[in-house]
Design a binder for this molecule. Structure first.
Ligand SMILES: Nc1ncnc2c1ncn2[C@@H]1O[C@H](COP(=O)(O)OP(=O)(O)OP(=O)(O)O)[C@@H](O)[C@H]1O
Ligand SMILES: [Mg+2]
Length: 261
């Protein structure tokens, strides 16, 4: 079960690019041991909101509270120091290298003589992969030869190795087949069991209903609705995404009724 108080609270967040109001007055909570699904049309502001948390964009105004304390996130390094890691759709893996080298890429373990400590990295890689994907055996294979789900587990293992506690996933199941999607679902279950706080951006309502515990819907940079998946259904959520219309027929603050047009 998720703890009562959220690990991450983003409050009244605003972000503008020139004249474009990408995010306006957005607030979300991210709990440990839980997946928050972030939904909305193209341009709704999902990536911008999450990039503020990962330090890719500085916040214009609003606040971020992590573990009860005000967080100052100016850049990706600050975010990593708070245990925030992002897994982008591209995964950012070095294709020609095997899993251990990818997990430790840029943060290699060296012997006291300065040489790469391949044995130590492989040992650590096996340990971290076991937590995520016990069936994974291809530690000597270049990651380009791995399946989509296996590549996803390597990317996640990389974040776990460096003490992530908040993991942001942008479209983790896009372009994966059913078997691979199931593998990612299993990975996410394992991360939840470990008490990670997860945020998942997705366009796939089906996956969100399968994987998320709660969902937040955005439209035109603003908050439409947040609630538990069991308290809504796909038709209601689709209406919120497209029209910004709540199940009771009303509209969230700042959302302009398209019926009125
Ligand atoms: N770096 C940027 N410079 C200028 N405008 C931007 C920038 N990033 C995002 N925007 C604009 O901000 C708005 C929100 O974009 P954002 O990428 O956050 O939406 P999204 O919900 O992630 O959409 P998608 O589902 O297409 O990924 C859009 O109008 C977009 O064009
Ligand atoms: Mg996006």
């Amino acid at each position: 079960m998720a703890k009562a108080d959220a690990l991450v609270k983003m409050r009244n967040v605003y972000k503008q690019f020139g004249g474009i109001r990408a995010v306006e007055d957005m607030s979300i909570d991210i709990h440990e041991g839980e997946v928050l699904g972030l939904l909305g049309h193209n341009g709704a502001g999902k990536s911008t909101l999450i990039k503020i948390l990962s330090g890719a964009y500085p916040i214009d105004s609003g606040e971020i509270v992590i573990g009860g304390e005000q967080a100052d996130i100016q850049n990706p390094r600050d975010a990593k120091a708070y245990g925030i890691e992002t897994i982008y759709q591209t995964l950012a893996l070095a294709d020609n290298l095997p899993a251990p080298a990818n997990i430790f890429f840029g943060r290699e373990i060296r012997t006291r003589f300065g040489a790469l400590d391949e044995a130590a990295m492989e040992h650590a890689a096996i340990k971290v992969m076991k937590r995520l994907n016990p069936n994974f055996k291809n530690f000597h294979e270049a990651v380009s030869n791995l399946s989509g789900g296996q590549r996803q587990s390597v990317a996640i293992a990389r974040t776990l190795q460096f003490n992530a506690r908040i993991i942001i996933m942008d479209e983790p199941t896009a372009a994966l087949g059913p078997h691979e999607t199931q593998m990612v679902a299993d990975l996410i279950q394992n991360l939840k069991k470990e008490g990670m706080a997860l945020v998942m951006i997705s366009h796939d309502l089906h996956d969100v209903f399968d994987l998320a515990d709660r969902i937040t819907v955005m439209k035109n940079g603003r908050h439409v609705w947040t609630g538990r998946v069991q308290d809504t259904d796909k038709d209601e959520v689709l209406q919120m995404i497209i029209l910004g219309k709540l199940p009771d027929g009303s509209y969230a603050p700042g959302i302009v009724s398209e019926d009125a047009a």
